[in-house]
Design a protein around this ligand. Structure first.
Ligand SMILES: N[C@@H](CCC(=O)N[C@@H](CS)C(=O)NCC(=O)O)C(=O)O
Length: 409
C-alpha cells in the first residue's frame, strides 16, 4: 500500500521534488494528478489539505495531511530513519532547509516572473521581462557562487537540498537558462547535470530539457478587424433594391428554432453525472436532422509545449466563439504531458456543416473538423469519452491521459 497520496503533476517542479525524494528512499507515493490552478482546486476536501488550492499537497494513508512543499519533502524523506539526505549534523540539517527555502521562496518566484510572461501565462511587457530576467539571474548567482566553491549544496554528498533545488529548476533550464547562460555559469550547470543524472531523479524525470535559446514571447494573434467596405460605385448602389430584407445576424439564424433546445441540453450536462444521466438524455433527445456532431482537433500539436499553454489556447478559441454560443456545445481537452500533448474535442453543432458556427472565431482554421456518425457505436463512444472527461485518447498507438480542458456551453 502506498505511504500516501501526493496531489500535483509529475512535471511540476515542486511536485517532482517530493517524488524524487520518495524514490530515493524507496517510498511508494500515489500521484493524484492535480492542476496547478488554485481556482479549479476549490473543493472543500482539497482546501482542507491545501487551504490555497495550490500544488503539491500530501495525504498520508494514516490520515495525516500536509501542505507546503518544503514540509512535505522533509516529512517524506524522514520516513527512512537511515536516510543520508537530511545530513549528519544539526548544522547540515539547518543548511539543507536554508537552501530549500532559498530556491522555493527566492529563486523560483523570480524565474517564474521571467518565463511565465514568455509563455503567455502572465501579461508580457518587453522591458519588464528583460528586468525580470536580470533579477532572476542575479538571484541564481548566489547558487553559482556557492557551487563554484562546493560540489553540492550541503556537505560532501547529495542531500535533499540538491534533489529539491534541481527539481524546482527543471522548468527554468528547459525554458530560459539557455546555452549562453549555461556557458557563463558553469558551476550551477555542472551541479544541475550531476543531480538530474542521479538514479532516483532519472527514474522519475527521465528527460530533462535544456533550452538552446531563451523561449521567445509570441504575441497572440489579433482578431482581424473587418475591412471598411469600399465605397460602392454609384451605379451599383442604384442597382440595389430599395428595401432589401435585413440580413440575418448569424448565418445559422436562418435555420429557425430547433425542437431540441441547446440550453436544455447544456443544463442537463451541467447538473448531472455525464455518463449516468446526461448522456442517456442526450441520445434520447438528439435530433440528427437539426444538429451534427464533430471531432474538433488542433492541427499543430507538434508546436504545443506546456499543457497549461495548450489549455489556454482552447480557452482563447472558445472565447472567440462567443457569437456562436447559441449554436454550439462541446468539450476540448489537452491530452498527454508537457512537450508531448495534443488538443482534441467533440462539438455538437447546429445544422449539418461546421463552418457557419466556427468561422466566427478567427483561429478556427487551426482546427480540423471531422463529422461523426451518431449511428456508429465507435463514434458514440468517442463523444461520450470526450464529454465525460475520464478517458485517455490514443494517438499513434500511445494512450494519452487527459490533463485539462474546457467545456463550451
Ligand atoms: N507555498 C507553496 C506554494 C505552492 C505553489 O505556488 N504552487 C503552484 C504550482 S508550483 C500552484 O499551485 N499555483 C497555482 C495558483 O497559484 O493558482 C509551497 O511552497 O508549496
Amino acid at each position: 500500500m502506498a505511504f500516501g497520496k501526493l496531489y500535483g503533476l509529475p512535471d511540476n517542479g515542486r511536485t517532482l521534488s517530493v517524488l524524487v525524494a520518495a524514490k530515493h528512499n524507496d517510498l511508494d507515493l500515489e500521484l493524484v494528478q492535480t492542476q496547478p490552478n488554485a481556482a479549479a482546486n476549490s473543493s472543500a476536501e482539497y482546501r482542507k489539505i491545501q487551504p490555497l488550492g495550490k500544488i503539491p499537497a500530501f495525504e498520508g494513508a494514516n490520515g495525516f495531511t500536509l501542505s507546503e512543499v518544503i514540509a512535505i519533502a522533509i516529512y517524506v524523506t524522514s520516513q527512512n530513519e537511515k536516510t543520508t539526505l537530511l545530513g549528519k549534523t544539526k548544522q547540515d540539517y539547518a543548511s539543507i532547509v536554508r537552501w530549500m527555502s532559498f530556491v522555493n521562496g527566492e529563486a523560483l518566484p523570480r524565474l517564474a516572473a521571467w518565463y511565465r510572461p514568455l509563455l503567455g501565462a502572465e501579461p508580457y511587457n518587453k522591458k519588464t521581462n528583460e528586468e525580470a530576467a536580470k533579477v532572476a539571474v542575479a538571484t541564481l548567482s548566489v547558487l553559482e557562487q556557492h557551487l563554484t566553491e562546493n560540489t553540492y549544496l550541503v556537505g560532501e554528498r547529495i542531500t535533499l537540498a540538491d534533489l529539491f533545488a534541481a527539481s524546482l529548476l527543471t522548468r527554468a533550464f528547459a525554458l530560459v537558462l539557455a546555452k549562453e547562460y549555461r556557458s557563463e555559469n558553469p558551476a550551477i550547470t555542472r551541479w544541475y547535470n550531476t543531480i538530474v543524472n542521479q538514479e532516483a531523479f532519472k527514474a522519475v524525470f527521465p528527460e530533462p530539457k535544456f533550452a538552446e535559446e531563451v523561449i521567445k514571447y509570441v504575441a497572440p494573434k489579433k482578431e482581424e478587424k473587418p475591412k471598411p467596405a469600399a465605397a460602392a460605385p454609384a451605379a451599383a448602389a442604384e442597382e440595389k433594391p430599395a428595401a432589401e430584407a435585413p440580413k440575418p445576424k448569424h448565418a445559422l439564424e436562418a435555420l429557425g428554432k430547433p425542437t431540441l433546445i441547446l440550453d436544455e441540453w447544456k443544463r442537463e450536462y451541467s447538473n448531472n453525472d455525464t455518463r449516468e444521466v446526461a448522456m442517456p438524455w442526450f441520445w434520447q433527445n438528439y435530433k440528427p436532422e437539426e444538429y451534427s456532431l464533430w471531432k474538433v482537433d488542433y492541427k499543430y500539436n507538434e508546436e504545443l509545449k506546456l499543457t497549461f499553454m495548450a489549455n489556454n489556447l482552447i480557452g482563447g478559441f472558445h472565447a472567440r466563439l462567443e457569437a456562436s454560443r447559441k449554436y454550439l456545445f462541446g468539450c476540448q481537452g489537452v491530452f498527454g504531458a508537457n512537450y508531448a500533448c495534443v488538443i482534441k474535442g467533440v462539438f455538437l453543432v447546429r445544422g449539418q456543416e461546421s463552418a457557419p458556427a466556427f468561422e466566427v472565431g478567427p483561429d478556427w482554421e487551426s482546427y480540423e473538423f471531422t463529422k461523426l456518425d451518431h449511428t456508429s457505436e465507435a463514434d458514440r463512444k468517442y463523444v461520450e469519452d470526450i464529454w465525460a472527461w475520464d478517458t485517455p485518447v490514443t494517438v499513434n498507438g500511445e494512450s494519452l491521459p487527459m490533463v485539462d480542458g474546457h467545456v463550451f456551453k
